[in-house]
Design a protein around this ligand. Structure first.
Ligand SMILES: Nc1ncnc2c1ncn2[C@@H]1O[C@H](COP(=O)(O)OP(=O)(O)O)[C@@H](O)[C@H]1O
Ligand SMILES: [Mg+2]
Length: 234
């Protein structure tokens, strides 16, 4: 199986060298567990270290905030943005039409960007924001599935985030995101400790234990040789 390096120091050792090319991975965790940093670093290092054009799709924040957030780690995003190796797109979720149409439209815009710029990796942060506009859980599920399916057809390697309750056994906000993904990575913050757990990854013999990680001034660094007890996570 062909893989791409995640760009998160320490992660690739846990997943046989990287994400399977063309796969989708759900990054799940409570608020403040570093979902956004992880997704930005995936795109940034993909562009910087592996010369792979990436697209950061933001649903919550605006594009400027994302760029600032990246710069707070000293990442030189400006140059890579100019070269169109890093691209930030904010989805427009104003419900002027039916949600089905909206998702179709956004997917077609994203597809256009992917084709035009030869995008190889995508991050979508965060799918939980879909729900702020929709009350009915079955409609949310339906839309998430459509969106996930659309992304799978793009031949990109995709990471998308979902904000859950900070509980060990809650894997996604709507109970469906984990089924639309090939991989599921959980992030935990049990103050003062942060940890990461690869819950599933199709076609991959991945680590079965929880590993600590830190947010350094340069970004996330995972410690693949250290373990955290499952019981220690709250
Ligand atoms: N430059 C930084 N240096 C160290 N820690 C940081 C830095 N920026 C953010 N953090 C920490 O990372 C946390 C998680 O950030 P974020 O990725 O936005 O979480 P999430 O998207 O999961 O809600 C922040 O709440 C903060 O504690
Ligand atoms: Mg976030």
């Amino acid at each position: 199986m062909e893989r791409i390096k995640s760009g998160i120091p320490g992660l690739d050792e846990l997943i046989e060298g990287g994400f399977p090319i063309g796969s989708t991975t759900l990054l799940s965790g409570g608020t403040g567990t570093c979902k956004t940093i992880f997704s930005m670093q995936y795109i940034y290092n993909g562009a910087l270290l592996y010369n792979e054009p990436g697209l950061f799709v933001t649903i919550e924040a605006n594009a400027k905030n994302i760029a600032w957030n990246m710069q707070s780690f000293g990442w030189d995003v400006g140059q890579l943005q100019e070269e169109r190796k890093i691209n930030i797109y904010r989805m427009h979720l104003a419900p002027k039409k039916s949600f089905g149409d909206l998702v179709k439209e956004e997917l077609s815009t994203i597809t256009g960007i992917v084709k035009e710029l030869g995008i190889k990796r995508i991050a979508v942060d965060s799918t939980t924001a879909f729900a702020s506009l929709i009350d009915d859980p079955s409609t949310i599920r339906n839309i998430l599935f459509k969106f996930g399916d659309g992304l799978k057809e793009l031949d990109c390697t995709t990471v998308f985030t979902s904000e859950t309750k900070s509980e060990r056994n809650v894997f996604s906000a709507y109970g469906v995101e984990e089924f639309m993904a090939d991989g599921l990575i959980m992030l935990y913050f049990t103050p003062p400790n942060r940890s990461i757990f690869v819950r599933k990854m199709r076609g991959t013999k991945h680590s079965k234990t929880v590993h600590p990680f830190e947010v350094t001034p340069k970004g996330i660094v995972i410690k693949p040789k250290e373990q955290v007890l499952w019981e220690a996570i709250k």
